[in-house]
Structure formats: structure tokens, C-alpha cells
Design a protein around this ligand. Structure first.
Ligand SMILES: NC(=O)c1ccc[n+]([C@@H]2O[C@H](COP(=O)([O-])OP(=O)(O)OC[C@H]3O[C@@H](n4cnc5c(N)ncnc54)[C@H](OP(=O)(O)O)[C@@H]3O)[C@@H](O)[C@H]2O)c1
Length: 325
């Protein structure tokens, strides 16, 4: 994978700390604004990125690049992804994929027509521990209840309360607790149970954005609650309950550290199959493989899952009367 990194914010800085460990991945270029040029030059030197671009069009013309990784604020995902696909590049786009479902379906069509890989960077789906959880749920009997709580007080909430609206709490920028944090919980659940029968979202809405909320996913035989909060903190954990046992995952759904499987009073095991300390390592290994092998079948499977998550997110936001974009 001959990669151009798009953006130089928090997630890109985090990604770069592990990018050197990735197989089959060449850091060809980084694109950012003139405003951040010093930061970008530092990243280039520290992580041996070959080139810098401050014009997106120029970056997309570079024939040394076959794939772009978009680490920009949510409301820019759609336009930057579309331009890259139309320039013949594969795209790995940060979560949430887009702000609207219609944007995602349009991008999917463009990727298909142009025979390109399009994929959402959503760590959960690729983590060995998550794949082990998916296997372990089969030992719990009939699943009854799943409860995911990802509540983390955001430093940007202080600014929001003081009247400053940063992208994380800006409806126009696709912010809010559901899109930013609860999206991981939705991916976690949908990867196990698929499409729910119905969706409801009870949100704390301040100035037209959800600062926290409770998402209810109704499956025929299993009831799910996904809590996402940026205005309060609580122990971050996920509980899966079946009639034969339970799973406890301490920590967020986007990292999936070790988890405990309890089989009704008889057996209790801690499982940890983590292969790398950085949560983004496994997803990017898989992206590099998918691109190297042109594995459209896997890419499309993941794209279907992203689309389902986006359908749920859109229905939930509509239910809470929240309009993004
Ligand atoms: N996977 C994960 O675990 C994870 C974790 C955190 C975030 N994310 C996702 O990653 C994305 C970025 O989040 P972040 O926290 O890294 O944001 P951030 O720190 O605010 O960084 C945003 C970046 O976008 C650039 N940018 C903003 N407007 C631009 C424009 N019009 N043209 C070109 N560049 C522009 C900024 O450049 P300037 O500063 O120069 O304007 C900055 O480099 C979000 O979608 C978020 O949901 C994922």
C-alpha cells in the first residue's frame, strides 16, 4: 500500500506512532494545510514520510500514491473521499464514514464503478480480541442483553459550555456523542447481531447536538443499550449476557482489551489475544492486505457493515430530532 496521509491532527499523530510497524505499507506523502506546515514537516522527518503536499489536487495527482487515509473532521470525509476516488485512489476513511447515509451510498457506487477499495477505519472490527468475543458469544447460550457504555468527559465540553463550538460538538461538522463515541458501540453490536428490528435514541441535546445519549437496539430475542457520553464520565465497559453465561469487557469498544467469559457459576476465563499494543495496527495490516490482494469481497463485506451502522446512526439521530451537516 502506497499511502498518502490526509490531515495532521490527533488521530494522524497517533497513527504515525505505529505506522513503522506495518507490513506492506509505504508512507509516500502527507497532506495538510499551510497553517500546520511546521507540524507536518516535523512528522515527515520523524516518521520518514517522503513528500509533503499542501494542495489536495496535487497530492491526488501523484502516481506514487495508490491509497489515501483520511484523518480529517467528520464533515470533510465525504468530499475528500469523493475527490480521491474520482482521482483513482483507494480510500481508507476515519469513522464515522460520512455524516449522511446518502453520502456513503454515493461513495460506494463511485468506488464500485472505478474498481477501487473503499473502507472505513474502524478499529473494533479488526481487533483479535473482538474476533475472539464474536466466537465466545457462542458459548453463552441464547443472547438476552448487551450493554455498552462508552462515557468519557470531553475537554471540548468545557469550551462548549462556555459558548465556543468546536467540531466535536458542532452539528454542521457532524459532531455529537453518537457519531463520535457511540459509533464504536454500534459497530461492536452490529458485528455480532447484525441489523436490529428497531432503533430508538434518547439523547441529552444541548444547542442542537447530543452531548450524551442512550441508544436502544431491539432485536427479536436480544435487547441492547448503547450509551455514549461526552458530557460525563463512567467506567467504560461492555456486558454481554446469555442464558448460559456472560462476557465482561472492561474498556472501550475501539480498543477491546482483555475480556472475561463466565459460564454460569462453573467457569471463568480471562482471554487476551492482543497482537500489538496499538489499537490501529490490526486494521491497517488488513487494509494493506486487502489492497495488495485486491480483496474486493472482504472490502465489500466491511462496507456493508459500515452502511448498516450508518443506517442505524441516521435513524437514531432522526429519532432524537438532531440534524447534522
Ligand atoms: N479511530 C479512532 O480511534 C479515532 C480517534 C479519534 C478521532 N478519530 C476520527 O479522526 C478524524 C479526525 O479527528 P482528530 O481528532 O484527529 O481531529 P483534529 O485533531 O481536529 O485534526 C483535524 C485535522 O484536519 C485538518 N483540517 C481541518 N479542516 C481542513 C480542511 N478544510 N482542509 C484540510 N485539512 C483540514 C486539520 O488541519 P489544521 O489543523 O491545519 O486545520 C487537522 O490536521 C475524525 O473523523 C474522528 O472521528 C478517530
Amino acid at each position: 500500500m502506497k499511502l498518502a496521509i490526509i490531515g495532521s491532527g490527533k488521530i494522524v499523530a497517533d497513527f504515525l506512532t505505529m505506522a513503522g510497524d506495518l507490513p506492506d505499507t509505504e508512507l509516500v506523502a502527507i497532506f495538510g494545510t499551510e497553517k500546520s506546515i511546521q507540524k507536518i514537516e516535523k512528522m515527515k522527518n520523524e516518521y520518514r514520510i517522503r513528500k509533503i503536499y499542501t494542495t489536495y489536487e496535487e497530492c491526488l495527482k501523484d502516481t506514487d500514491i495508490d491509497t489515501v487515509y483520511i484523518g480529517l473532521p467528520n464533515h470533510l470525509h465525504y468530499s475528500f473521499t469523493k475527490e480521491a476516488l474520482l482521482s483513482g485512489k483507494n480510500v481508507i476513511c476515519e469513522k464515522p464514514f460520512t455524516i449522511k447515509l446518502s453520502e456513503l451510498t454515493e461513495l460506494k457506487d463511485i468506488a464500485k464503478i472505478n474498481n477501487l477499495i473503499l473502507i472505513e477505519a474502524i478499529t473494533t472490527q479488526y481487533l483479535s480480541n473482538y474476533l475472539s468475543i464474536k466466537e465466545s458469544v457462542n458459548t453463552l447460550g441464547d443472547l438476552k442483553i448487551i450493554e455498552c457504555n462508552y462515557s468519557q468527559y470531553s475537554s471540548r465540553y468545557n469550551a462548549f459550555k462556555n459558548g465556543e463550538i468546536l467540531p466535536a460538538f458542532n452539528p454542521k461538522a457532524g459532531g455529537g456523542a453518537l457519531m463520535d463515541i457511540n459509533i464504536y458501540n454500534i459497530h461492536f453490536v452490529v458485528g455480532i447481531l447484525g441489523k436490529p428490528n428497531s432503533v430508538a435514541y434518547l439523547a441529552n441535546v444541548e444547542r442542537n447536538i447530543d452531548t450524551s445519549g442512550i441508544l436502544l437496539l431491539n432485536y427479536p430475542n436480544c435487547k441492547v443499550v448503547c450509551i455514549g457520553a461526552k458530557d460525563s464520565t463512567a467506567p467504560i465497559k461492555t456486558l454481554i449476557q446469555g442464558d448460559q453465561g456472560s462476557i465482561v469487557l472492561n474498556g472501550p469498544a475501539n480498543a477491546c482489551d482483555s475480556f472475561e467469559v463466565n459460564i454460569n457459576g462453573q467457569d471463568s476465563r480471562i482471554i487476551d489475544n492482543k497482537v500489538h499494543p496499538h489499537r490501529m495496527y490490526e486494521e491497517f495490516c488488513e487494509f494493506a492486505r486487502i489492497i495488495k490482494e485486491s480483496d474486493f469481497s472482504k472490502a465489500n463485506q466491511m462496507l456493508e457493515q459500515s452502511q448498516l451502522v450508518m443506517e442505524i446512526a441516521e435513524e437514531a439521530l432522526t429519532d432524537a430530532g438532531i440534524k447534522l451537516g
